[in-house]
Structure formats: structure tokens, C-alpha cells
Design a protein around this ligand. Sequence first.
Ligand code: ADP
Ligand code: ZN
Ligand code: ZN
Length: 741
Amino acid sequence: MTYANVIVDLSAEAVDRQFSYAVPEGMDVQPGQLVQVPFGPRTLEGFVVSLSDSCNVPPEKVKPVCGVVREEPVVLPDLMELAEWMHVRYLCNLVDALRLMLPAQMRGGRVRERTTRWARLNLTDGELEAFIAANPRAKKQIELLKALKDGDMETAGIETKSALKALVDKGAVTIRESEQRRTPHALSNDERTADPALLPEQKRAVETLTAALSGGGRFLLHGVTGSGKTEVYIRLIRRALEMGKSAIVLVPEIALTPQMVAWLHGRFGGDAAVLHSALSAGERFDEWRRIRSGEARVVIGARSAVFAPVQNLGVIVVDEEHETTYQSDHRPRYDAREVAWKRAAQHGAVLLLGSATPSISTYMRAMPGVRPENRLALIELRQRANGRPLPEVEIVDMRGEFERGNHSIFSAKLATELRACLDGGHQAMLFINRRGHSTFVSCRKCGYVVKCDQCDVSMTWHQAENALRCHYCGKTLPPPKACPRCSSAYIKYFGAGTQKVQEEVRRLFPDARVARMDVDTTREKDAHERILNRFRSGEANVLVGTQMIAKGLDFPNVALVGVVAADLSLNLPDFRSVERTFQLITQVAGRAGRADVPGRVVVQTYDPDHYGIQLAAAQDYRAFYTRESAYRRAALYPPFTVIARIIYSGRDADAVQAAAKAAEKALGEYLDDTDARADTIHLGAMEAPIKMIRGKTRWQVLLKLYFKADLEAVAGKMQALADEAPAGTRAELEVNPNNLF
Ligand code: ADP
Ligand code: ZN
Ligand code: ZN
């Protein structure tokens, strides 16, 4: 007897284990297959994890598999292994990991192949004549047979259905089915482009990378903006394909990187497939199957494309590796970069992380002294592909503008540059960084920002209670009436949105054609593409936007980039706020001067001497890294430490607070009992920075550990505590989350 060990497709702690089912005689069941099994009174779908000859349940209690959902296994063996690794690494249910491995609608058979039926003439010329002679009155049938002589016809297009049926019954016509592919819009253009000659730096990079294709390797490609990183990816992938291997290219967000898709498609044609959530269920399913069958061997997609069912994996590229979208913020809370690392190791493939502004933790791995198992080899591109220097960046001190009586959101400098840019027939991008939900308080005269005296992060103004709060330690203060530094009364909540900027451009430059891209203007499907196309075509000559316009875009006619308020991200209550600011300014500055038009960049700030702004303006990544990593080390922040927290939420505020306090106590005892206290920097239960979401109160138990701590054990304990959250409260564990809101 063969038994199938099955994970049922239900996400619940209680069923996070394998159940054994008997495989009925004659049923072909394989590991990785989706099957139907009886589960209590119901029939559920489940994933076959493995097969075995024995079973530790008495045979009379074992129920049989009811049937297979799809014939081919949906989870390949290496992906099954990867799911099991995620189960341990991210403390998620195995089924949560397995669900990532296939398009959601494949479960439950909600999406299938779209087939078309074709009628084909099954008679020789002689037989056809004989048929006509024998059935002179069957006019419609004869007409149809004659039409079919010219070629097969789609049955849907044949009007005389009864004639068709009669002919099929007589054997004069046969029906064949063919699958019809649903092609994503992004891949519908068939134009192919040729490879340009590589520049010397690119050539060296490609040589180093391709040499690793036979044994594997991990690399960080650090190339300044416009250095042609994409071309390096393309050549490496081409070489992998020649060796019979496949490739995965991860991008932060498909909608924001239409050019990457277009470029890869232009070079690889039908070998390229895209996978992302904005595809229709049918498109996604068809693309997935094209990959699964080996027909498409280059996969481009956002985070979850790291699970694409490619075989013989040769390369995984993670473009703009510093982007936060690679980390999932819901269960399973995986980091696609880390999964890519693991998957590349499984296959002996090349892992290539690329960025002009690598994250501090990634770059640290490319520095000397890192243990071999954590190391990335560094490859640098220092020159722009167009041979021009990086754009010139000018910092404008907005405090001075204020003193001179300019209360507008545009400095005189930015206004002048914008005028000149428009007059020269060029295009401009105006960037305003409004991310996060909170806002800080600063002095418009001297730039002073209210910070927590314990934590070195800015305090957040809470409108409802009109108080300032530190999101790290919970300290609160009344908002100051005058600036503690210069006594000015102009100390207030800071904020100007994209809409305000757009209005100002229209007011000051009536001839400008302004497009705006932010969360409000991009709610509709394909809105990103429409806005970007308006700008690309020149229909709009000013593009105002949030960080959405900062990454990956390559518009040759952009001569001016304006950063309207660089401080907005500098003072977010997060230890990564300087890193994010540096990345954003560097990236957005990099949008200028990418072709023949020289680029200029104006960065407006109230904090012109801040190293994050200064070094971004100088576009000196290495100096920034040195400075920032020293700060992290001294202030005990990641990557030198680990931050983990359990978020409790629920409608009953007292119960939520009590649950968090109880967990804090239990965790403290655990740390003492296991001698982990020495590795602990800070443990505390407090209100979460956003203390209510959708009517539910939030508390957090925040733990900061030294890097050397046994994180796996401590996180396991925290997960266990989270799993035991009292009724009426919900608890979620987060390890090194992207934000601590
Ligand atoms: P990055 O991602 O490093 O910012 P891109 O890959 O967007 O840079 O490339 C910047 C520009 O340089 C693009 O317009 C690209 O077509 C062009 N480019 C890159 N490599 C070459 C090359 N070898 N020859 C000519 N143009 C190139
Ligand atoms: Zn002041
Ligand atoms: Zn504090």
C-alpha cells in the first residue's frame, strides 16, 4: 500500500502537520501534487508532501485520497524543500509557504486552461465528392465541408451547429482542441532589439559573473545610476540560457518598472514571462504554466516571482535590492532576497543583487571580514553608460529662503531652474517624499526638529491628542509653543503633499503640463502606465510624484530633478530614516541627465548640513556607508543588532494591554532562564506607534538583541507566545520588520 502525506489547504495552527491518506489502486499520485482528501465531514484540497510505504495510523483508520486536482505536480521538489525551509525560518504554517508556489486561483480549480475547438475536414478530395454525390440535399453540410477545405475553422465561429454535429457524427469532420494563451499586455509587443556593445566596465562585470554560472556565486552589483546595470543582467541571463539554464529577475514593483519588463521582453521575446499580482487570473495561470513547462525560461516579477517553477535555475537577479517591497509584511513574513539566496544555493546558481544605493546590511556583506557563508562579492560600475558625469546637485537651504521672505514651497533656485528647463524644451521631475503615516514637528526658521532625548529619533505629532510621542520608547511631550533652539514661534507640523506641489507649479508656470503620480492618482488599473506614458511622450513636461517616481525610470529628456522637501523622510521615527533619505535623493537625482541632455538636481532642505543630504548630493555611497554603519554600530541598531516584536491588537484595549504585559513578563523570564539576558539590549511592552488601526488597539512587545544572540530560539519563544494570545486579541511576530509603525 502507498500512502500520501498531505498538508491540507487550511491555514491554521492546529492542522499544520501532515496527514496520511491511502493512495487507491490505479491512482497516480506524486509528491508536489494537489489532491482532494476527506477531512472530517468535508473534502479539502491538499498538497502531497511525500509518499511512503507505511503509515503510523492503524490501516482501518486511513482514508483514501479522493482524487487529483491536476495531473502534473504543482510544487516541484526543490520548491517543496524551500517551503519546508521557510516553515522553519519564518515560523509560518507549511501551507502558507506552499500557497506561494502557485497562482492563488489554481487552488480550488478556480482557473483553468482556456481552450479553443477547431473543426477539421477529415475527407480526401475523392471522399468529399462522393459525400456530395451521396447527400445532395444536405446543403449546409456541403457548404461547411467546402469551407473547411480552405483550412480548419474555430467551432465558435461556425453558425450551422447542427450541420457540424451531423458531420462529426458521420466522421467527415473531426474536432481538435488547442490551448489559447492569455498574454499579459506587457508582453504583447513583438519588437525585438539587438544587444548593444558592452562598455569596458560592463564587460568585466559580465565576465566575472558568467564565470560563476558553472559553480554558483553571490554578488552585489553596485553601479551608479545610469551605469547600465540592466545590460549586465541581460548578458548574464543570455549566457545562462545558452547553457540550458533559466533565470529569475526580481523587481520592486512591476507597475513602477515597465521599462525593465519591456527591455527583457525586447531581448528575450517568448523566452520571457512576467508574474505579478496585477495580471488577470488567466494570464497569471498561463504564464505560470509557460514557466513550468520550460517554454519560458526568463521570469520577471515582483517579490513572489522568486517562487517561479523554473527548472535548472542559473541566475536570480534582485534589481534595486535596497527596496523595502522585497520583504513581505504579512504572513509568511519572508524576505525575497533571503529566499533568493537560499534558492540560488539549492541550485548552485548565481545570485546577483543590484543597486546604486545598496542597503547598509547588504553592503556590509560585501566588505572584508565577513564569514564566507555570508559573503557577497562586490562588482562596481562607476561610470554612466552615456559617458557623462552624474548630474550636478545643488542643495538649497530653505531656512534662508524663509528669512528672505519666500514662504512658497519653491526656492528661488528651483523656480529659476524649472523656468529654464521648460524654456529649453526639456522635462522636469519634482519629487516630494511623503511616506509613512506620521509627521514630525520642525522649526521653519532654524530647522530644529523635536527628537526624543532617549532614542535619537524624531518625535511624532499626534493630531488627535495634540501631543508629541516617541515611537521607540513611548515618551510623550506637549508640542512646544516656541522653538527650543531659536525661540521662533514658527515651529509646527511639517508637511506638503504632491497635490500642493502640483497646484503651485500650475500657479507659477501656467504653461507647464503637469502629471502627478502618487497613491491617489494610481488607484485604477494601468494608471501608472498611463501617467508614465503621458510623460514619456512629452504630452506632460513636469512629473510630480512620491517615491513612485524615484526608481528605475529612464527618461532621456529629463534635465531637471527637484527634491521639494528632502527632510520629510529624514525625520521619520525609524532608525533607517537617514538611509532611506540617502537612497531616495540619490535615486531621484539619478533620473536626470540620462541621455544627451545634461542633468541638474536641486535638493531643498531645512537641514543642509546633514550627512545624509550632503553625501546624497555628492552621490558618494561609500562615504555614506562608512558614516551610517558607524552610527548603527554605536547606537546598537541593525544590522549590528536584531529587532523583533510581537504586535498585539484587539477591540478590548485593556485585554490587549494585559496580553502584551503578560508576554513581556513571560519573555523576560525566558531570557533569564536561558541565559539570553546578556544578549538582550532592551525589552519592553508599550503602545504601538500607531495605537489603533480599524478600531483595534495595538500594543507591542519590543525586543532588541545583540547580533550574536540565538535569534532562532528567542523568535521561536516569541512565536509560541504569539500563538497563545488570549481570546479576543491577535498577535503577530515580526523579525527585523521594514517599519516599526
Ligand atoms: P541603471 O539601472 O544602472 O541605472 P540602466 O540599466 O537603466 O542603468 O541604463 C541606463 C541607460 O544606459 C539606458 O538607457 C540604457 O539603454 C543605456 N545603456 C546601458 N548599457 C549600454 C551600452 N552598453 N551601450 C549603450 N547604451 C547603454
Ligand atoms: Zn528654531
Ligand atoms: Zn524615545
